[in-house]
Design a protein around this ligand. Structure first.
Ligand code: SAH
Ligand code: SF4
Ligand code: F3S
Length: 480
């Protein structure tokens, strides 16, 4: 299919994609590149001189959404320069800001050619063709009746040793603060057979670890392969563990406490491939605020759930998301959040100041919390979470663990991989280990990573450099 445009053979074009937001956006960006590949678009490292630039955007907090407009300002100059040279740069805005603010984007940045929501990217080739003819911007932000997953190309660029696979999309939970149900639409699960087929393809392309993605991934309820009924996530994980040889590690994110069922807990108990690290957002430890947030569970429900999960898989480490300063949050509510954090002991967590989002119930609620109060609470919560993360990392020192090596380290002779708990692990070792699992002994803990020595090599602790401190930027990149 190299002749999609008026029969002319596809010439080589340069595509630059910039991605913000969650892992699903990372997955979607890769799919958009796959959709455009048959038109001759090949990935470019920078937007300079690109024939097409896609900004895949996030609307979750105000700051995330505003970044799009500053980036569009910079792109305008590049687009003008390209036009002056007789070329053309097509600018597309995709993702959740596109879905939420399509019209505003073209009003504020009329040099944008295409605006497309997360459910329409399979139509990109057609939009590109239309943009070449159209005077104004091409906007596609409705939720189409057809399923984009049925219209994606068979061919996909390899993702590497660790890969993402979307199994569920959208959300019907409507938490008071959240834009996702509006930007991603209603909950939808892909059929189990399609997921298994994609997992096999990813493994054939070199993946050893797959993270199943969904806005509420454990709300998964996809059609069973034999057409008889539906599978929940626990059943799907079991099938992937049993039916995809070469798949060494499985993860899933993001899950909701309300959708953790017996079958999922049993999967944590029974499947060695399912890694002992679970991101299970709780948002707050105050029942009053959890109710105001429409989360559908109490702090005690969450603690009980953690207990059941840990009983099934004793080495399970937990991660979470927190919001401070939701409307109505008083000092006692915030203290309850700190209490919950102390009761659980998190290995890692993300925490945010509440950001009012247009169209969500919480944005219009009374008793908005003043900014300085949010800031003080966030600082206090983050100090506690940082302490817990450091303690968790320290608790790994001396342990023998398996690491999946993903790439070269910052220093010559160093490689980096992931622990079962998603910590970046640095060791001295040969590049030939990249793409493979190997046992290591953890030598030292850093705020966001570990240093280790390969176990079957006769390295001394000194050689493995326990005092090496990776720079924060590198750690950030590895975690992302
Ligand atoms: N589906 C996931 C979360 C997706 S959004 C879940 O149900 O947990 C990722 C995180 O962003 C949320 O967990 C929440 O902590 C944070 N978030 C969402 N909306 C926010 C807002 N308006 N202000 C601040 N943080 C927000
Ligand atoms: Fe947003 Fe709540 Fe849905 Fe998560 S469960 S995506 S926080 S509405
Ligand atoms: Fe952001 Fe949309 Fe993901 S709002 S967090 S990119 S679902």
């Amino acid at each position: 299919m190299t002749e999609p445009l008026g029969g002319a053979p596809a010439r080589m074009r340069r595509l630059f994609v910039r991605t913000w937001g969650c892992q699903m956006n990372v997955y979607d960006s890769a799919r958009m590149a796959d959709v455009l590949a048959p038109l001759g678009y090949a990935p470019a490292e920078t937007p300079e001189g690109a024939d097409m630039v896609i900004l895949n955007t996030c609307h979750i907090r105000e700051k995330a959404a505003e970044k799009v407009f500053s980036e569009l300002g910079r792109l305008r100059a590049l687009k003008e320069r390209r036009a002056a040279e007789g070329g053309r740069m097509v600018i597309a805005v995709a993702g959740c800001v596109a879905q939420a603010e399509g019209a505003e984007i073209v009003a504020r940045a009329p040099w944008v050619d295409i605006v497309l929501g997360p459910q329409t990217y399979h139509r990109l080739p057609e939009m590109v063709a239309r943009a070449a003819r159209a005077a104004g911007a091409v906007i596609e932000t409705e939720f189409p009746v057809e399923d984009k997953f049925d219209h994606l190309p068979e061919q996909a660029a390899p993702q590497g040793v660790t890969a993402f696979l979307t199994v569920q999309e959208g959300c019907d939970k409507f938490c008071s603060f959240c834009v996702v149900p509006y930007t991603r639409g209603a909950e939808f699960s892909r059929p189990a057979a399609a997921v298994i087929a994609e997992a096999r393809r990813l493994v054939a392309q070199g993946a050893r670890e797959i993270t199943l993605l969904g806005q509420n991934v454990n709300a998964y309820h996809g059609a069973a392969p034999d057409g008889a009924g539906e599978w929940r996530l626990g059943r799907l994980l079991r099938a992937l563990a049993e039916q995809v040889p070469g798949l060494a590690r499985l993860r899933y994110t993001t899950s909701h406490p309300r959708d953790v069922d017996e079958e999922l807990i049993a999967a944590h108990r029974d499947l060695p491939q399912l890694m002992p690290f679970l991101h299970l957002p709780v948002q707050s430890g105050s029942d009053r605020i959890l109710r105001a947030m429409n989360r559908g569970h109490t702090a005690a429900d969450y603690l009980r759930l953690v207990e059941r999960l840990r009983a099934a898989r004793p080495d399970l480490a937990l991660s979470s998301d927190f919001i401070v300063g939701h409307p109505g949050e008083g000092e006692a509510d915030f203290r309850a959040t700190l209490d919950l954090v102390r009761a659980v002991g998190f290995a890692q967590a993300f925490s945010f100041k509440y950001s009012p989002r247009p169209g969500t119930p919480a944005a219009a609620a009374p008793h908005q919390v003043p900014e300085p109060v949010k800031e003080a609470r966030l600082a206090e919560l983050q100090a506690l979470l940082r302490e817990q993360q450091a303690a968790f990392n320290r608790s790994r020192v001396g342990m023998g663990i398996e690491v999946l090596f993903t790439g070269p380290g910052r220093h010559p002779g160093q490689i980096v991989g992931r622990s079962p708990w998603l910590q970046p692990v640095h060791v001295r070792g040969p590049a030939s280990l990249i793409g493979r699992l190997a046992p290591v002994t953890v030598l030292a803990a850093h705020p966001n990573s570990l240093s280790a020595a390969l176990r079957d090599q006769h390295e001394t602790a000194a050689e493995a450099d326990p005092h090496h401190h990776p720079n924060p930027e590198e750690e950030e990149r590895i975690r992302a």
